[in-house]
Ligand binder design. Sequence first.
Ligand code: PLP
Length: 396
Amino acid sequence: MTISPLMPVYPRCGVRPVRGEGCYLYGEDGAKYLDFAAGIAVNALGHGHPALTEAITRQAATLMHVSNLYGSPQQERFAQRLVDATFADTVFFTNSGAEAVECAIKTARRYHYASGAPERNTLITFDTAFHGRTLGAISATNQAKMRDGFEPLLPGFKYATFNDLDGALALIDGATAGFLVEPIQGEGGIRVATREFLQGLRRACDEHGLLLVLDEVQAGYGRTGKFFAHELYGITPDIMAAAKGIGGGFPLGACLATENAAKGMVAGTHGSTYGGNPLAMAAGEAVLDVILADGFLENVDAMGMRLRGSLEQMIPNHDHLFESVRGHGLMLGLKLKSDSRRFVAHCRDNHGLLLVAAGENVVRILPPLVIDDTHVTECVERLSEAARVYVPVSDD
Ligand SMILES: *Cc1c(COP(=O)(O)O)cnc(C)c1O
C-alpha cells in the first residue's frame, strides 16, 4: 500500500503548525511565522483570541450540541443580530462555505418554484469563480481543475465572464433564476468586481424578476473594511453565503436572505444535523461582538490602506517581480510577473511569512483583522527582503 492514511488531495507543505498566538504561528519544530494567510481568511481575530476562546470553552461545558428538532435560543439570538446588521430578514446556519452556497442555490431555485416558475432554475456564474468543493459548488464554476473527473455535474449553471456586464446580460433567458457571484473573487486572484458590473447585475435582477446571489464567504465579515463587501457597491443581494471569518476558526457558515427570496424555504425543505449548534453559535457571537465593536471596521480599513500604501511603495524597488496591488481593506492581492506559488513558498520557507497563492499569479495577503502597525511593517520588511534575494524562474 502506498497511499497515505490521510487522503492525499492537498499538496501539503513543510509548515506543521502546532500553536498560534495573535498574528503568529509556531511549527512543530519551533519555527515562528507571521501569519498573513489566517487560515485563508478564517482567523479573523488571529489565534487564541481570549474572547473567542473563553466563549467556546464556556459553551462547551454548558451545552455543545442539540438537534435542530428543538427550539434554539442560541440560533435565534445570533440570527437576529445578523438580520439587524445586514440586508437579510432570515438566516440558515451551516458548517462551511460550500454548504452556505448550497443553501443559497437551493433558496434561489425554490423561490422561482414557489413563484410558479419552476423552469427558472439556472444561475449565471462567472469564470475563475470559486464556490467550494461540493458537487453543487463545483458545478457553479467553469474551472476545469475542480470539475474534471467528477461528472456528471449538476445542471442549471451558465458561465459568463467576470466584470463583463453585457456578456452576462446576454445569457438571460426564460430559464434564468439569477446570478451567483463573488463581489471580490478570492481564489480567482483578488479580482474586484467593478461598480458598473455589480450594480448592473442588481438592476437586471430587478428588471427581470431574478435573484442576485452573492458569495461573500471570503470577502465578507469585515475583511474589506465593511461588514460585507457589497456595502462598497451601494447594492444589496437577495441571498448571500457567508462563512470563513464568521466563526473565527470554528466551522460555521450562514446563508442569509430577504423574506421574499426565502419564500420557498418552508418547513422540511432543508436541514443540517450540526448546523447552528450552540457551540458554533457561541463562537459566532463572540466574533461578532468584536467585529461590530466601535472602531473595529475602521481599523481594518486603516490597516488596509497602510498595508496597500507600503506595498505600492515597495513595488518600484522590485519591479522585476511585482506588478501591482489590488483588493480592498485586508483582502489584498499582490500581482507578480512570474509564478506566485513559487514566491509564496519562498516567503514561507525562507522568510517566515505565510501568504496564499491565487489565480493570475497573485499573492493573497489576508492577515487577521486584528493586526496593528507593527505587523504591517513586519510583513512589508519580510516581503522586501524575500523579493531582494529571490530569483524568479520564468515559465515555472
Ligand atoms: C472558501 C470559499 C468557499 C468554500 O468554503 P468551504 O468552507 O471551504 O466550503 C466558497 N466560496 C468562496 C468565495 C470561498 O472563498
